[in-house]
Design a protein around this ligand. Structure first.
Ligand SMILES: [Zn+2]
Length: 112
């Protein structure tokens, strides 16, 4: 008599496997982080300044963007077409970008 090892797979609850956005005709579930645009704008302005001694390669710019976004609280919203000032206040975005630049200057992910 063979003893088959009892399958230890615990049942995965499938109750909520349905998609949230099931109404396919209105597929405008555009979600964006309001701080993303803000960070890009501030970073772009800083990088135009010649006194700003950071590397402007794609890698470093991506790093700085990601770091700055991580310093800020997420601010997701639905409907990209919406206007108005949403996201973190400019002062916060600016200091996040500055912190991110300092980090990347100290720690670039490539040879100088
Ligand atoms: Zn670089």
């Amino acid at each position: 008599m063979q003893v088959s090892s009892s399958s230890d797979k615990s049942a995965v609850p499938m109750a909520s496997s349905k998609n949230y956005c099931e109404r396919d005709e209105t597929r405008e579930c555009a979600i964006a982080n309001a701080n993303y645009q803000k960070v890009l704008t501030v970073l772009d302005r800083c990088l135009r300044d010649d006194r700003c001694a950071v590397c402007r390669c794609e890698k470093c710019i991506s790093d700085m963007t990601a770091l700055a976004l991580n310093f800020l609280p997420p601010h997701y919203y639905v409907d990209a077409g919406r206007g108005g000032d949403i996201g973190s206040p400019s002062v916060m975005v600016e200091s996040a970008v500055i912190e991110a630049m300092k980090t990347v200057v100290k720690n670039p992910r490539h040879e100088k």
